[in-house]
Design a protein around this ligand. Structure first.
Ligand SMILES: *[C@@H]1O[C@H](CO)[C@@H](O)[C@H](O)[C@H]1NC(C)=O
Ligand SMILES: *[C@@H]1O[C@H](CO)[C@@H](O)[C@H](O)[C@H]1NC(C)=O
Ligand SMILES: *[C@@H]1O[C@H](CO)[C@@H](O)[C@H](O)[C@H]1NC(C)=O
Ligand SMILES: *[C@@H]1O[C@H](CO)[C@@H](O)[C@H](O)[C@H]1NC(C)=O
Ligand SMILES: *[C@@H]1O[C@H](CO)[C@@H](O)[C@H](O)[C@H]1NC(C)=O
Ligand SMILES: *[C@@H]1O[C@H](CO)[C@@H](O)[C@H](O)[C@H]1NC(C)=O
Ligand SMILES: *[C@@H]1O[C@H](CO)[C@@H](O)[C@H](O)[C@H]1NC(C)=O
Ligand SMILES: *[C@@H]1O[C@H](CO)[C@@H](O)[C@H](O)[C@H]1NC(C)=O
Ligand SMILES: *[C@@H]1O[C@H](CO)[C@@H](O)[C@H](O)[C@H]1NC(C)=O
Ligand SMILES: *[C@@H]1O[C@H](CO)[C@@H](O)[C@H](O)[C@H]1NC(C)=O
Ligand SMILES: *[C@@H]1O[C@H](CO)[C@@H](O)[C@H](O)[C@H]1NC(C)=O
Ligand SMILES: *[C@H]1O[C@H](CO)[C@@H](O)[C@H](O)[C@H]1NC(C)=O
Length: 596
């Protein structure tokens, strides 16, 4: 249509945070010449910030006159949600937070209650629940990028198609339907839902009962702003650590609507069919959730030594979740990781604790997805124990500061969830029309704000359109073993069972004591073959008590590097000194191969 012909602007998405390097400049120049010759579409790119509570959000305004709103990027549900500022009496006993911008429906002349008086009860698959009303109003994203557009094109790039407007700094939409949250069982802000539609007949969450105006990506597609309902997401500008976690970051990510930006990832962009989710109550099947086939997990020390934390045949569906600050994995895997990093479990806190100095030891967790490996620095899995109300942190009896491990047993949720630590290390693209997802290792931004230099000459840096059934730059990685995989969540018990006694500790008065000690294997002398490598339900723990006590601050620890003790096999050999066998219950009900 006419609007397409006006779109000569080719938005080259580069690291905003990295304009200074010579290499970046060079890349940009290359990209520009390519772009001007072959491409004529513009992609709206929403800038993402992170607030001091760990929420990734985009700025927007709703209503007339406009009311400022923050919407958290929420990839596991399809709706837009705002937090109602009208009936604050309804918040009693709910967790709506004071600092969050609220939407006052009575102060917007363009607002329309869709079915007045009706309360919708939405329960999302991660356990979050909201009670809300359905409202229609106008909205406007106020931080839309138009990177490197020339001035003339910029002035031309004010597109109007029906009710939508996209210019260099903002993207506005009319008649958007959204849920106005009156109460919630979690601390929430507004939400920008980006998942596919949900099938669950008879429940308020079922997508078939709402108009297309309820789906942000559908709205954009209907107005020809994007070719298919699709997006890609990059959050790797978030370089926070456990020490700086509560500092807000104003620009740390990008939401690219309808396109893939190859400058935001390294290595292969692996494409997978989305794994269907079966509602445990209704048995209704939804295919729009970002659920990927998680394969073996391993740990890599700074010296490059690696060990499997799961059986080599491990394969289980895992939900990617941009709203979860923690991740949920099988108990057995968390225990394996805890053994390697000397973490201890404190039952009274229901948390794993580890020395904060582990953050600096160069340890990485590798997550396999078929032929693709995503590396997550252990540093990203630690959070501070600092408590603002008491102005103290927790310490081990050795005097080392303690950090929480942000890994929880999947028995809490009934499904594996890969949360923030994972999300900020990947680049992901979703094609909601073809129900596929592509993920890659995100290109990182260094602590000084400059992009890591990667030698990628002759690599195209043009943003390309996602079309239905086609994610540009992606390589298909499906296999017959993942073909029939279905996520059927197990019962949420919340009960952390069978943590070996050796791995537990007590907590009182800010100090973690008791068995809290290292399990670094410093005494392995000889080894012998192990019969089977598939013994996922049992493993051996070798305890040595001297590590924590002798280690004395970061320098000692980092010098020690990570000495791995192999729970499975070590070069085909097994451990011969006194060990303690620990049996774990396998979460066998957890992931199910179903014949569809
Ligand atoms: C959102 O708006 C606030 C207030 O204007 C601003 O400080 C912040 O940088 C913006 N964040 C993003 C990601 O646009
Ligand atoms: C606020 O909630 C009360 C009780 O649920 C209801 O009677 C009242 O109509 C609500 N007011 C508005 C403005 O929604
Ligand atoms: C909207 O409702 C709030 C709370 O009920 C009230 O404080 C405010 O004055 C109302 N605004 C208008 C324009 O009616
Ligand atoms: C959207 O917001 C931008 C920036 O605040 C503003 O310039 C633009 O006029 C707004 N668009 C509409 C339709 O309100
Ligand atoms: C916007 O909403 C109004 C009121 O519901 C309706 O009359 C109008 O047709 C809608 N416009 C579009 C483009 O959907
Ligand atoms: C929603 O409303 C129902 C019925 O009033 C109530 O039982 C439930 O606890 C509410 N949920 C939330 C999240 O407030
Ligand atoms: C670890 O996993 C890899 C594949 O992920 C496999 O090739 C290797 O044999 C496994 N090692 C052991 C000791 O199980
Ligand atoms: C917290 O404790 C530190 C010393 O441990 C002190 O310097 C700081 O002033 C305290 N902050 C508050 C808000 O009390
Ligand atoms: C980039 O290439 C140069 C020379 O070809 C090499 O010295 C350098 O180590 C490479 N850097 C990376 C990050 O691969
Ligand atoms: C997947 O399902 C199809 C059709 O039901 C069946 O033929 C095939 O054997 C299954 N594949 C696996 C790996 O279970
Ligand atoms: C631990 O550190 C203290 C001072 O920081 C030092 O006096 C002591 O010798 C160290 N102990 C060991 C075992 O390194
Ligand atoms: C955008 O392209 C122009 C040339 O048209 C170049 O001078 C400028 O540096 C580029 N902008 C950025 C942010 O790289």
């Amino acid at each position: 249509m006419s609007c397409l012909s006006l779109w000569y602007l080719w938005l080259i998405s580069i690291f905003r945070l990295a304009l200074a390097t010579a290499s970046t400049t060079k890349t940009t120049t290359t990209a520009k010449s390519e772009a001007s010759s072959s491409m004529d579409d513009a992609f709206p790119v929403l800038l993402i910030g992170r607030d001091g509570r760990g929420n990734y959000y985009v700025n927007s305004t709703f209503g007339t006159p406009s009311q400022f709103q923050r919407l958290a990027i929420d990839i596991i549900q399809p709706y837009m949600n705002l937090v109602s500022g009208i009936n604050s009496s309804l918040w009693e006993g709910s967790y709506i937070h004071n600092g969050v911008p609220l939407y006052a429906i009575n102060e917007s002349t363009s607002s329309i209650p869709v079915s007045p008086g009706q309360i919708y009860e939405l329960s999302y698959i991660d356990g979050r629940a909201v009670n809300c009303t359905l409202v229609t109003d106008d909205m406007n994203f106020t931080n839309v990028l138009a990177e490197n557009s020339s001035t003339t094109l910029l002035t031309n790039l004010v597109e109007k198609e029906d009710d939508m407007q996209f210019d260099s700094g903002s993207l506005s939409l009319s008649n958007v339907s959204f849920f106005n949250i009156e109460s919630a069982n979690f601390e929430t802000l507004g939400l920008l839902g980006l998942s596919g539609k949900i099938t669950n007949p008879g429940s308020d969450i079922d997508s078939s009962q709402y108009t297309e105006n309820s789906y942000f990506l559908s709205l954009l597609k209907d107005a020809n702003f994007i070719e298919s309902s699709s997006y890609s997401l990059w959050l790797a500008g978030d370089t926070s650590t456990y020490q700086t976690y509560t500092d807000p970051i104003y620009k740390c990510g990008k939401l690219i609507l309808g396109g893939v930006d190859p400058s935001l990832f390294t290595g292969t962009l692996g494409k997978f069919d989305l794994i269907p989710y079966v509602d445990p109550v209704s048995n209704a099947v939804s295919i729009g959730y970002p659920i990927v086939p998680l394969g073996p997990i391993y740990i890599v020390s700074s010296s490059g030594q690696s060990l499997n934390m799961t059986s080599k045949d491990f394969l289980s569906p895992a939900l990617l979740d941009s709203t979860s600050s923690v991740s949920y994995l099988p108990t057995s895997t968390i225990i394996q990781i805890a053994v390697q990093i000397a973490a201890t479990y404190v039952e009274s806190l229901d948390r794993w604790l580890v020395q904060c100095c582990m953050a600096d030891m160069g340890v990485t967790l590798g997550f396999r997805f078929r032929d693709l490996t995503i590396n997550i620095p252990l540093r990203d899995l630690l959070s501070a124990t600092y408590d603002t109300s008491t102005n103290t942190s927790m310490f081990f009896s050795s005097g080392q500061e303690a950090c929480f491990l942000t890994l929880y047993a999947n028995t809490n949720t009934g499904l594996n969830i890969l949360g923030e630590a994972f999300m900020k290390n990947i680049y992901m693209a979703m094609d909601l029309e073809d129900n596929t997802i592509a993920i890659a290792q995100a290109k990182k931004v260094r602590d000084d704000g400059l992009a890591e230099e990667v030698n990628e000459t002759n690599v195209s840096t043009a943003i390309k359109k996602i079309k239905s059934g086609y994610i540009p730059y992606a390589k298909v990685m499906n296999s017959s073993s993942t073909k029939n995989l279905t996520l059927y969540p197990s019962y949420r018990s919340g009960y952390m069972f069978t943590v070996p006694g050796q791995l537990t500790a007590a907590y009182s008065n800010g100090v973690i004591t008791g068995a809290g000690r290292s399990f670094y294997d410093t005494s392995r002398t000889s080894t012998s073959p192990r019969s089977s490598s598939s013994q996922f339900d049992s493993f051996s723990v070798s305890a040595s008590e001297n590590w924590l006590n002798s280690s004395n601050g970061t320098s000692t620890v980092s010098g020690a590097a990570v000495c791995l003790s192999n729970p499975y096999t070590l070069n085909g050999k097994s451990v011969a000194f006194p060990t303690r066998m620990v049996s774990l219950l396998l979460l066998s009900a957890f992931s199910v191969l179903m014949l569809l």
